[in-house]
Design a protein around this ligand. Structure first.
Ligand SMILES: Cc1ncc(COP(=O)(O)O)c(C=O)c1O
Length: 413
């Protein structure tokens, strides 16, 4: 039996496609990029993304091309991508940021016309659908992350179209896995338990502040330190996961560990709880999308009901100060992708977006709210008198059309 096949079978039942188990979504993405893109290929992606994903693309020996994005959800705006860029890219990588779906129907059509692969990053989007079809089934391949759901801190999947490709990718994966270590398995199993104990005991604030003071966090800022000269040196070895490991492993050092039965057994138990987790997320999204801070892209989803997002993008003024004050209310937000990747890494490492305005605005004003903490966050933001932010042009612009959007109707918090 291939490694992780029980977990893969659980995911196949959910999504209806062939699945390869991986210890992380980032490893799944690396596998997909290596399988479908030749070294030197140009990959269109949103600059409002985790920096880890930028380093995965670089590790695969590819050139990240930053796309214009929607100011309402940070995902690629296909209509704003210049024709010259479309002609020049070799693959498209989606984000489905915070679980808000990418414009996958349009992207799929474009990729089919151009004969290039569409790789879906569905790490945030395990419960997201477009016209009833799950995100992760539109592309050539898709990556999912269990770290983002059911409070697991390990696990992922690469979803592919057929059994032959799955078998090929299982072999590629096995080559990249590092050997199992009992100590790592124990810490992977215990960390999520420790995290939920901290929450239950209302210790989030003192624990977070202590970790900040002791410099135990891997990032001083929203973005990790780039170490440009070292990064440039690694390019000589690309494609190579090992050469980029110091960047790719941030937040998840076991991203390529061959976890044993202890970790995988725990993930199976947690996956069995996924539907309950998604239902609770939907309830939280419903609450937060009725506030004045919610992105207009969320409001009035006719028929479908609220989506089960990983985070709800709230658009607020003074976002950074609010994030700090939320810690005093026991909420550490995380997943802030500011500045956009082209401003962060510069033209040496990425191809800048032809129009960075929307990405900069969205990145600077988005407060990603965990829908599982919706009540607490809504109460804290009300107490802190948070005000809703609107893009400079929003008076004359309506949200770009996307599968989930209707016009905004501002509501009070
Ligand atoms: C958009 C996005 N994709 C992929 C990943 C990687 O997921 P994992 O931590 O399972 O490797 C992350 C991690 O935060 C992410 O934010």
């Amino acid at each position: 039996m291939p490694y992780g096949s029980r977990l893969a079978a659980m995911m196949t039942r959910r999504i209806g496609r062939e699945c390869v188990y991986t210890p992380s979504a980032r490893l799944a993405l690396y596998l997909a990029l290596r399988r479908w893109c030749r070294p030197g290929a140009r990959v269109l992606m949103s600059p409002v993304n985790d920096d880890v994903i930028l380093f995965v693309v670089l590790a695969a020996g590819l050139r990240p091309v930053q796309a214009p994005v929607s100011q309402w959800d940070g995902n690629i705006d296909p209509a704003a991508v210049p024709e010259s860029t479309w002609r020049d890219v070799d693959a498209v990588l989606t984000t489905n940021l915070y679980g808000m779906p990418d414009r996958v129907v349009e992207l799929r059509r474009r990729c089919d016309e151009l004969g290039i692969p569409l790789i879906e990053d569905a790490a945030h989007a395990i419960g997201t659908h477009v016209d009833g079809q799950p995100i992760g089934t539109f592309g050539t391949a898709a990556a999912f992350s269990l770290s983002k759901h059911v409070a697991a801190m390990a696990g992922g999947f690469l979803v592919v179209e057929d059994a032959r490709t799955r078998r090929e990718l299982e072999l590629l994966r096995d080559d990249l896995l590092t050997p199992r270590r009992l100590r790592d398995d124990l810490s992977t199993t215990l960390r999520p338990l420790a995290r939920s104990a901290v929450r239950t005991l209302h210790l989030v604030r003192p624990v977070w502040r202590t970790m900040q003071r002791l410099r135990l966090l891997e990032r001083d800022d929203f973005r990790m330190a780039l170490h440009a000269p070292r990064l440039a040196g690694s390019a000589r070895h690309a494609p190579s996961l090992a050469a980029y490991e110091p960047w790719v492993r941030v937040d998840l050092h076991g991203f390529r560990s061959r976890h044993g039965a202890l970790v995988r057994g725990q993930l199976e138990l947690r996956m069995a709880l996924l539907d309950g987790d998604l239902a609770r997320r939907r309830a939280g999204v419903s609450l937060l999308s009725g506030t004045a801070w919610a992105t207009p892209a969320l409001r009035g989803r006719a028929g479908d009901g609220p989506p089960s997002l990983f985070r709800v993008p709230l658009l607020v003024h003074d976002r950074d100060a609010l994030l700090e004050r939320l810690v005093d209310h026991g909420v550490v937000a995380g997943y802030v992708y500011d500045p956009p990747l082209d401003d962060y890494a510069g033209a040496e490492f990425v191809e800048p977006s032809p129009d960075p305005t929307a990405a900069r605005w969205f990145a600077a004003h988005t407060l990603p709210a965990d829908p599982l903490l919706a009540r607490r966050i809504a109460a804290a933001l009300t107490k802190e008198r948070a005000t809703a932010a609107h893009p400079p042009l929003s008076a004359t612009q309506v949200p770009a059309p996307d599968p989930t959007t209707t016009l905004p109707t501002p509501l009070g918090p």
